[in-house]
Design a protein around this ligand. Structure first.
Ligand SMILES: [Zn+2]
Ligand SMILES: [Zn+2]
Length: 93
């Protein structure tokens, strides 16, 4: 008989992920592992907005739930003020 891995063992390996996908509208986020991108929901389970898992400008992946701009190219990933905490950009004069 072939040995089966239980789903529980699989789940334990997945307690954290390498990358993150999030909803730009409500901030709902989900971590995923390298190679697990295909299993991500395409839309937010909370508000049905399309999930963002890559930078729209350069296709870089998103390493942190708290990312506001792409670490590679600096493109805005979401509205920094949507979450009630305005994030200051380095544009002071
Ligand atoms: Zn959402
Ligand atoms: Zn980018």
């Amino acid at each position: 008989m072939p040995r089966k891995r239980t789903w529980l063992q699989e789940e334990r390996r997945k307690t954290l992920g390498d990358w993150v996908a999030f909803c730009p509208a409500c901030g709902h986020a989900q971590r995923y592992f390298e190679g697990g991108e295909a299993a991500l929901p395409s839309a937010c389970p909370a508000c049905a907005t399309a999930y963002l898992s890559r930078c729209p400008a350069c296709d870089a992946r998103i390493p942190s739930v708290f990312s506001v701009e792409c670490e590679e190219c600096g493109a805005a990933l979401r509205e920094p003020t949507r979450f009630g905490v305005p994030i200051r950009r380095a544009s002071r004069r």
